[in-house]
Design a protein around this ligand. Structure first.
Ligand SMILES: NC(=O)c1ccc[n+]([C@@H]2O[C@H](COP(=O)([O-])OP(=O)(O)OC[C@H]3O[C@@H](n4cnc5c(N)ncnc54)[C@H](O)[C@@H]3O)[C@@H](O)[C@H]2O)c1
Length: 351
């Protein structure tokens, strides 16, 4: 029986980081790379050679059809702008390939549902790149929550600080552009897992910095979101996209008997946690040793293990298409709440 997964990576900006993860993984083989840019293809060939792979055994092409037609390729990793996820994922599954697609799922709910239809029709494995789910940081938080030492969860939070302007497709709200959606989607996903229930309703405010009032057509850069979950847990998510002096995140979980304060991007490590448990009886700090991917994405390498297990061992992927769609509902509810200046119930989006 086959024990190595033959991958092709399509889109070689973030995709180059996937190339590295695949080359490092003993259960993965890189057999194809596709990008419209000749320079990016050359970068991938260079990285592959540097990491000990033979570039002559890898297909480097600007034509996706060549990747689809290759019998050698088992799985396609799609790291393209979000607006291309639907078309490329569907073509891959119809060509008999498993798909690992970057987040967010698609630029519209209609397209997201088309991907799900195709997953069901073809029976192929489909995993989404919500990499933080696969991180030791998140898993440790979940372990503490489920261990019960902080009591029943009441609140979860994530504060995100960044300092850059979005350009290209990332500046287009329709494509889930902007830090709130393009990057915040990871943390909104994690907050949902820590809350342990589906979101019920959201209230969100946000506007571009410097605007004198709400600017409904632009990307929200300063944002506050409150989510209430079906079990009563409340989440707060704050974004400041103009934090010159502070970049990164702080996050946490409060329960009826304690709390966890998290520093997910603790320098050079894979996160650190301050835990106050059993009503303050125990206070301890955990520093998570682990390998960070080159651009510092939590859980980036680990997510490939779950994908490979999903293909070979028939276990659920780290983030399924259904979970990706639930995240889409939340992103759309937040967007609607900001745009329409009101509380939005998830049911209005999911129907
Ligand atoms: N998991 C994470 O933490 C994380 C981080 C960054 C980006 N992402 C996601 O990854 C995806 C890609 O992001 P990015 O920053 O690499 O985008 P990007 O626009 O910088 O790069 C996309 C690459 O795809 C190539 N490309 C575009 N159209 C193509 C086509 N038709 N055929 C072949 N190649 C094509 C481009 O030449 C470019 O090299 C997005 O969905 C983004 O949200 C995820």
């Amino acid at each position: 029986m086959k024990d190595k997964l033959n991958y092709a990576v399509v889109g070689l900006n973030l995709g180059l980081e996937h190339v590295v993860s695949i080359l490092k993984n003993p259960r993965a083989v890189l057999v194809g790379c596709c990008d419209l840019s000749v320079e990016r293809l050359a970068d991938a060939a260079h990285v592959a050679a540097k990491m000990g792979a033979n570039p002559e055994k890898i297909i480097f092409t600007d034509k996706y059809e060549e990747i689809l037609a290759s019998k050698e390729i088992d799985a396609i990793l799609i790291a393209l702008p979000t607006s291309l996820h639907t078309d490329f994922s569907i073509k891959a599954m119809e060509a008999g390939k498993h798909v690992f697609c970057e987040k967010p799922l698609a630029e519209s709910l209609e397209q997201a549902l088309k991907i799900r239809e195709c997953v069901k029709k073809t029976g192929k494995v489909f995993q989404m790149g919500y990499c933080v789910r696969s991180s030791a940081f998140h898993k440790k938080c979940l372990e503490i929550i489920n261990g019960g030492s902080i009591g029943k969860v009441t609140n979860v939070w994530w504060n995100m600080f960044a300092n850059y302007k979005d350009t290209g497709w990332r500046a287009d709200r329709k494509c889930h552009g902007g830090k709130l959606f393009d990057c915040g989607c990871h943390y909104l996903d994690i907050l949902t897992l820590w809350a342990g229930a589906a979101p019920l309703r959201v209230c969100a405010f946000g506007n571009p910095l410097g605007a004198t009032g709400p600017n409904k057509n632009d990307l929200p850069e300063i944002v506050s979101v409150i989510i209430e979950f079906e079990n009563g847990v409340k989440a707060s998510f704050n974004l400041s996209q103009h934090s010159v002096n502070c970049q990164g995140s702080t996050c946490g979980v409060a329960g009826t008997n304690g709390k966890i304060e998290g520093d997910p991007y603790y320098p050079e490590k894979s996160g650190s946690l301050n835990v106050h448990a059993n009503g303050g009886l125990y206070k301890y700090n955990i520093v998570i040793n682990g390998e960070m991917a080159s651009q510092g994405h939590l859980g980036f390498n680990e997510q490939h293990d779950t994908f490979i297990d999903a293909v070979f061992k028939d276990i659920p992927p780290a983030c399924s298409v259904d979970e990706g769609i639930k995240n889409e509902y939340l992103l759309h509810a937040i967007d609607r709440s900001i745009t329409e200046d009101r509380v939005v119930y998830l049911q209005e989006i999911s129907g």
